[in-house]
Design a protein. Structure first.
Length: 500
């Protein structure tokens, strides 16, 4: 949950938006801050957050919440879909430019960041991924993309004005110059990029020039931020975006991961959103210490409202944190069929299928507990922790039995089973972080799955090693999602509870 500082605290928790919230892009409008993240194969897409202090964030919606905005076919690969949005405010409107790797680069606008957002404006002349938007003094809109190349566009029509041209390639020898953001700060135009790849070599570098198109000279101290080769709890640091604080100071939002266990270290929550202070020396940004315990900013913090830990499925609209792979639950989930319950209709498959009926929320804590009350009298389904189709653990009920199922790469097995007590059943998952000291092969956490007996006793069917649901094992760009699914028939869920 978002960090909150009490009156005597001198630090706040980092990440400021924990869990699978990568590629942050931020803009300031008056006293308000808005931040958007990548969402990859999940629907709705591009979670959007609001803050008054850069520390406490509340999700106010998702930019891409209608099928006509977000095309994700059933065969969209895991970690495909929506990459690296840039969020900006210009001329009284919010603008969001993003890559859908299925169809290309797209542009969306809104007068209210909570929505509704427009239908997409295609950008067929904009190549590559990670598009950025910036306007110069005469109103010309510049779009810069990974690579790093640049082209002028008409943002209202999507038409390009001229041909893309390379403006900077980043540090010689560094791979993957990407995530460009262009700013006018003082007398210079600054071009901020990520490079080194989004793994342990990730970094932030910057160049400056006299105009939006350069020529750009690199900072002599590049990279301005990296944790590669450092003994530090936050790794893979990169993909930053600059913003000014309420007092005019400068800050960087960026992604990072928190590996756990032994070697090589496994991160399970995906890439998260962190905050770091920035000062300026000789016209160049100097990024301060990026720490899990961030020195509190020098302005009053504003605690942000958070969604309750328990969802009783009584609201007309779901909380914005609920997501599904590839809009897979369209027409197969809802709360009207059995009021106060979430009803899922399975397709007769399993969680191994790309079009599985699954509704979940991002795991946001290194240790957490999830519970649900499931009625599978007319079907088969349950509670699962998912990284992708090939990597998930599930506690499933149906047919008079409770089963612990593990899918790890090409292997799928029923680890344990038990007769199911009669009636609706409480299913549970407990994730427990592995505390130091670690052996060289110690995993990052354990995942225990089980069910509640009629007398309230919780029976654990098995405890599994969490490394197999980590990015270092699965690959890709996402993090764990914990949620509810129906494999076949109809399964009803009375409530879902997630606590740290």
């Amino acid at each position: 949950m978002p960090p909150v500082r009490d009156e005597t605290s001198t630090t706040v928790s980092n990440p400021v938006i924990p869990g699978f919230h990568p590629d942050p892009s931020v803009c300031r409008v008056g006293e308000d801050y808005y931040l958007a993240c990548s969402s990859f194969e999940y629907f709705p897409g591009v979670p959007l957050f609001h803050s008054r202090d850069l520390v406490n964030w509340t999700q106010i919606g998702n930019v891409l919440d209608r099928p006509e905005q977000l095309h994700l076919p059933a065969d969209t690969r895991s970690s495909g879909g929506i990459y690296a949005p840039t969020l900006r405010h210009h001329d009284g409107r919010f603008w969001l430019i993003v890559t859908n790797v299925v169809v290309g680069n797209l542009l969306f606008t809104a007068t209210d960041p909570a929505g509704p957002w427009s239908d997409p404006v295609p950008l067929p002349g904009v190549p590559g991924i990670d598009p950025d938007l910036a306007w110069d003094e005469d109103g010309t809109c510049w779009c810069t993309v990974a690579g790093v190349s640049q082209v002028r566009i008409d943002p209202r029509t999507g038409r390009t004005l001229g041909e893309p041209r390379r403006v900077w390639s980043g540090t010689p020898g560094a791979k993957a110059p990407e995530a460009p953001h262009l700013y006018r700060i003082g007398d210079h135009w600054y071009l901020l990029i990520a490079e080194g790849g989004t793994e342990r070599g990730h970094s932030v570098s910057i160049a400056r020039g006299p105009s939006p198109s350069g020529p750009f000279e690199p900072c002599p101290d590049n990279p301005v931020l990296t944790h590669r080769g450092r003994e530090h709890p936050i790794q893979n640091t990169g993909h930053g975006d600059l913003v000014q604080g309420p007092d005019g100071s400068w800050w960087l939002v960026l992604l990072g991961v928190r590996p756990g266990g032994g070697s090589p270290g496994w991160h399970v929550l995906g890439r998260e959103t962190f905050l770091a202070p920035v000062t300026w020396v000789d016209g160049w940004p100097v990024v301060g210490e990026l720490s899990p315990d961030l020195l509190a900013p020098p302005w009053p913090l504003v605690p942000a409202p958070t969604a309750p830990a328990r969802d009783d499925f009584d609201l007309a609209e779901p909380y914005p944190y609920w997501i599904s792979p590839r809009r897979s639950t369209a027409g197969r989930s809802g709360t009207k069929e059995r009021p106060g319950w979430l009803t899922l209709h399975g397709r007769g498959g399993t969680l191994d299928d790309p079009d599985a009926v699954f509704v979940g929320r991002r795991q946001q804590h290194l240790s957490c507990r999830a519970r649900t009350l499931a009625d599978a009298a007319d079907g088969c389904g349950g509670l699962a922790v998912r990284l992708d189709e090939l990597h998930h653990y599930a506690i499933e009920t149906g047919g008079g039995e409770v089963r612990l199922i593990a899918r790890i790469g090409p292997l799928r097995t029923v680890v344990a089973s038990h007769p199911a007590p009669p009636g609706p059943l409480v299913l549970g998952i407990d994730v427990t972080r592995t505390e130091p000291p670690h052996g060289p092969c110690t995993g990052p956490d354990t995942v225990a799955l089980g069910f509640e007996e009629p007398d309230g006793t919780f029976t654990t069917l098995g405890t599994l090693d969490g490394r197999y649901l980590s990015t270092e094992v699965t690959g890709g760009f996402t993090g764990r999602v914990i949620g509810l699914y129906a494999a076949s028939g109809t399964v009803h869920f009375d409530w879902f509870d997630y606590t740290a």
